[in-house]
Design a protein around this ligand. Structure first.
Ligand SMILES: Nc1ncnc2c1ncn2[C@@H]1O[C@H](COP(=O)(O)OP(=O)(O)OP(=O)(O)O)[C@@H](O)[C@H]1O
Ligand SMILES: [Mg+2]
Length: 230
């Protein structure tokens, strides 16, 4: 049975969509098959070609039900559902079907206040610092805000996803051939963390380049199965 990961949260623009694609790309690089599932009605589906994962369109409740049912029957897969922002009711529903729930948040106090509310609302969820500053001084300030404002939640905070301008490549309708190594490394890091959290085994691949095939077959069978499900 596939595990379902939901990326939700009440605030818009925190990085849910970016994180869902980084996670799936990283899972692919670690040899784990996954589907990135779109539920945001204001966004267009992205092409699966060139990605290490498949994409699925679940912008209606009916399509979501079908995709989740399909995934549940696919052994060794992970489904990563990208929520929408400002949709508490949908978030509640996604929380109900998820095995793991992630709540991305940025360093602002406003984001932190919102993610604390969501952590209270969704007791099984983990908070993921995203778009985290790479500059040492800014990073210290951001880490300090989290330490001060989120001390009661410290066991539910994952390692930060660093701000990386190349992350937007994954949100292009069609990804470019070969992606930058820092992006691949960041994807792998966040995916490895999730796999550890879910106590799933993964391959530690020696290569760090996105271009390398690492002997993995493309997840074609899965594409067929999801694409033809609705
Ligand atoms: N790790 C990152 N590094 C750099 N930029 C990022 C990162 N994550 C997200 N961003 C940028 O932040 C903006 C918002 O990201 P994204 O669309 O992923 O957020 P979202 O939570 O899905 O938004 P919405 O609530 O509208 O669905 C985008 O411009 C995206 O490129
Ligand atoms: Mg989004």
């Amino acid at each position: 049975m596939a595990e379902i990961v939901c990326i939700i949260g009440n605030k818009g623009g925190t990085g849910k969509t970016t994180l869902s694609h980084m996670l799936c790309q990283g899972l692919g690089l670690l040899g784990q098959r996954s589907a990135c599932i779109l539920t945001d009605t204001t966004r267009e589906p992205l092409q699966p070609a060139g990605r290490r994962y498949i994409t699925a369109d679940a912008r209606t409740p009916e399509a979501l039900r079908k995709v989740v049912d399909k995934l549940r029957g696919m052994d060794d897969w992970l489904g990563v559902i990208d929520g929408g922002g400002n949709r508490t009711e949908i978030d509640r529903r996604l929380y109900g079907i998820a095995d793991i729930v992630l709540l991305p948040f940025r360093e602002s106090h406003e984001d932190i206040r919102t993610v604390i509310k969501d952590l209270d609302l969704f007791p099984r969820a983990y908070a993921v610092p995203t778009q985290w500053p790479s500059n040492a001084w800014q990073r210290r300030t951001a880490d300090r805000s989290v330490a001060q404002l989120m001390s009661d939640y410290k066991h539910r905070i994952l390692r930060p996803v660093i701000a990386l301008s190349s992350s937007k490549l994954l949100l292009q309708r069609q990804v470019p051939d070969g992606m930058p190594t820092p992006l691949a490394n960041a994807c792998r890091a966040v995916a490895g963390q999730l796999m550890d959290l879910m106590e799933l085994e993964y391959r530690q691949l020696g290569d760090t380049t996105e271009r390398s095939d690492a002997g993995l077959p493309p997840p074609r069978a899965g594409i067929e199965r999801l694409v033809h499900s609705h």
